[in-house]
Design a protein around this ligand. Structure first.
Ligand code: HEC
Length: 258
């Protein structure tokens, strides 16, 4: 009886596999060392090349090595196996590659704080404002001089249409024509979760300093909100704030009501 011998093709496959396993075992488990993937790839390339040379050194050896492959392609009785190897295998590999390549939606690693705590003072218009005491200078007109107040709101509306609606939308719902391309999306002022929760001084800070003025905890996403102190006067900023509350019907949060 012929002694059992591992087929040459299987030997050819097994040598690199065993070399790989032993190398990983020595480094990962015994030495506790990490091997760079690029180094391992290079090493395995030489192992493969060496194995190939050794296995194809003689003509007989080469013939024995490729015999199963030749049989697979030529032998009529192996039709079924051929179908598996040449149809199912490429399909499976293709599917695997597809799975590997398709991007998966993933939550951002860090959660962004949408309304981070404001700094106590903010530098804008070459001045320093104390956000704890800062108030909208025109808010008092609402009671004292409703006509002048309405004019201020109208001026704010003009500022808004000219500058803000592209992102925040002409209905102030955060759905301006640019909104779809932005992440994070522009604030929806109609939502009770935005300006209705905030003081006017907070809005002044956010509008004057924009996305770049946000503290670190709000920064993992890059806000496209512009730095409006570069484009609007201090007066215009307060006016547009009046307009945001007037249009949406929200009341700004204030110290007295808390
Ligand atoms: C280029 C697009 C863009 C324009 C134009 C823009 N914004 Fe924004 N704005 C954003 C984005 C995006 C956010 C949300 C991210 C953030 O909080 O910075 C935002 C947030 C805000 C917030 C913070 C709201 C909250 O709940 O914290 C205020 C207030 C605001 N914008 C006011 C304005 C005003 C007023 C104008 C016009 C003078 C304006 N924005 C123009 C993109 C824009």
């Amino acid at each position: 009886m012929k002694a059992f011998r591992i087929p040459r093709l299987l030997q050819f496959v097994l040598v690199p596999v065993v070399v790989y396993a032993v190398t990983r075992l020595i480094f990962d488990v015994l030495l506790g060392q990490l091997i760079p993937a690029s180094l391992m790839t290079m090493y395995m390339f030489f192992v493969l090349a060496g194995t190939f040379m050794a296995f194809t050194f003689t003509e007989d050896g080469t013939r024995e090595l490729v015999a199963p492959i030749k049989a697979l392609v030529e032998d009529p009785s192996r039709k079924w196996l051929r179908n598996v190897v040449f149809v199912v295998l490429p399909l499976a590999l293709g599917f695997y590659t597809y799975q590997l390549r398709t991007p998966k939606p993933e939550a951002p690693l860090e959660l962004r704080s949408i309304h981070p705590a404001p700094p106590s003072t903010v530098k804008a218009y070459d001045k320093r404002f104390n956000l704890l005491t800062l108030e909208n200078p025109y808010r008092k007109l609402q009671k004292e001089d409703p006509e002048a107040f309405a004019e201020m709101v109208a001026a704010g509306a003009a500022v808004y249409i000219e500058n803000c609606q592209y992102c925040h939308g002409d209905k102030l719902d955060g759905r301006g024509p640019y909104a779809q391309g932005l992440n994070p999306v522009p604030a929806n002022f109609q939502d009770v979760g935005t300006i209705a929760q905030l003081q006017e001084s907070y809005l002044f800070w956010r509008i004057a300093t924009g996305g770049p003025g946000l503290p670190k905890e709000a920064a993992p996403w890059i806000s496209s909100m512009p730095i409006w102190q570069d484009f609007l006067s201090e007066e215009e900023t307060w006016q547009v704030i009046l307009y945001l509350y007037d249009y949406t019907g929200h009341a700004p949060r204030s110290w007295e009501h808390e």
